[in-house]
Design a protein around this ligand. Structure first.
Ligand code: HSE
Length: 419
């Protein structure tokens, strides 16, 4: 600390980096004085909106500069950012990052490295960008045993699903999301639930002390959802959302990401467009919902600047990282043992005995049916069923056997119902 003045460097000057640099250069904080000293870029010949004297292409100029107290990593991707963060923390420099891929991959190790080196490592922007959610979860709810954290934590997929609810096809909605800059040219991570999985892994670590591997988090995306699924959801007074859900009870811990039918009156149903929301449940708080912009340069920079100021306050009072890791309270529960209720669409031949055969296979697998609707006649009838809660294992076994019936042409959709 030098009279509440801190020297800061930024790794990366892309979309997010530029927004962060602009905020740092115009920051008017009454308590902390921030001095931006260096910006790492890959091409120093490119025109920038800031003083070219700040620019360097050499990471070592930042890592070895003893005057730099704190470094903001906004390079994107895993390498070289991961190695840079480790080296900076080992040198006792505090680090702020928005990089969910790195934190999902080795967040626990990096937090410990920060603590061992009396440095701060904060990453509020890595989950739900502009919504301050990690700090309240860790700090304000520190005394609370949380039973569930569930969220719409990918703005691109929520934008697509909202457009489909309003009548768009998946293809048109995806194209619009790309034109608006929400989805990447290769949208796989957003639409296949991978981005949400990484964020769920970070929430698992911070809220429950569990650091699942990518394989541990069962993940399905939204690319198979159709306009007809939305038509049916509407008839059932529901909508469809991509939800990352982490449950922690005496029965076990499970984190998963998949599309779910959500009751139209549920708070998550009201989260539209590219917005995000994180819902938290615990015995004393009942249910809290944080919502707001979960993507974009300005909201991400807002979370980063908040982290920078928090870290400077920590350094001013000689405190170490305030991300205390909780101890896991329970063992893992495999996805096959998680109880779900499923919405199922089947294309069937309308002939005597079809419904009885399907009901019998559900019964044999211990799955009870809540409702059945049939539409159409002849070879192209559609059966729409909603089951009561049953284990994923029993539900998938039922569907596998039903798909083999001669009278069933196809299993058109299976979507879980949010419970
Ligand atoms: N691509 C993400 C989203 C934002 O659409 O929510 C960055 O995590």
């Amino acid at each position: 600390m030098k009279n509440n003045s801190y020297t800061v460097a930024v790794l990366g000057a892309g979309n997010i980096g530029s927004a962060v640099i602009s905020r740092l250069l115009h920051l008017d904080n009454e308590v902390i004085n921030i001095n931006l000293s260096k910006v790492l870029v890959s091409d120093s010949t490119k025109d920038r909106d800031f003083d070219s004297n700040l620019i360097t292409e050499d990471f070592n100029e930042i890592a070895n500069d003893e005057n730099i107290d704190l470094v903001i990593e906004v390079l994107g991707g895993v390498e070289p950012g991961k190695e840079y963060i480790k080296e900076l923390l080992q040198k006792g420099k505090s680090v702020i990052t928005a990089n969910k891929d790195i934190i999902a991959d080795c967040g626990e190790e990096l937090i410990k490295t920060a603590q061992e080196n009396n440095a701060c490592l904060y990453f509020e922007a890595a989950v739900a960008a502009g919504i301050p959610v990690l700090k309240p979860l860790i700090e304000s709810l520190r005394g609370e045993e949380l039973s569930r954290v569930a969220g719409i934590i990918n703005g691109t997929s929520n934008y697509i699903l909202t457009a489909m609810e309003e009548g768009s096809t998946y293809g048109d909605a995806l194209q619009n999301a790309q034109e608006l800059g929400y989805a990447e040219p290769d949208p796989t991570n957003d639409v296949e639930g991978i981005d949400a999985k990484y964020k769920a892994m970070i929430l698992s670590l911070l809220c429950f002390g569990v650091s699942p591997s990518t394989d541990d988090v069962y993940t399905e995306g939204i690319s198979k959802i159709t306009k007809e699924d939305f038509d049916w959801a509407k008839r059932l007074n529901k909508t469809i959302k991509l939800v990352a859900q982490i449950d922690n009870s005496q029965e076990g811990f499970n984190a998963r990401v998949y599309p779910v039918l959500v009751d139209s009156k549920h708070p998550l149903a009201a989260i539209r467009g590219a917005l995000n929301a994180v819902l938290v449940e615990g015995e004393n708080i009942n249910q809290l919902v944080f919502s707001g912009p979960g993507a974009g340069a300005a909201p991400t920079a807002s979370a980063i600047i908040g982290d920078v100021l928090s870290a400077c306050h920590q350094m001013a009072s000689n405190q170490t990282n305030w991300y205390p890791l909780r101890t896991p309270k329970t063992g893992d529960k495999a996805i096959k043992d998680v109880d779900s209720s499923w919405f199922i669409r089947l294309s069937v031949k309308d002939e005597p005995g079809v419904l009885a055969a399907i009901a019998s296979l559900f019964g044999k697998n211990n799955v009870s049916i809540e409702s059945v609707i049939q539409e159409g006649r002849g070879d192209n009838a559609e059966l729409v069923l909603v089951t009561h809660e049953a284990s994923e294992h029993n539900l998938t076994s039922s569907i596998d056997s039903i798909a083999n019936l001669d009278s069933v042409s196809s299993v058109t959709s299976t979507i879980r119902v949010y419970l």
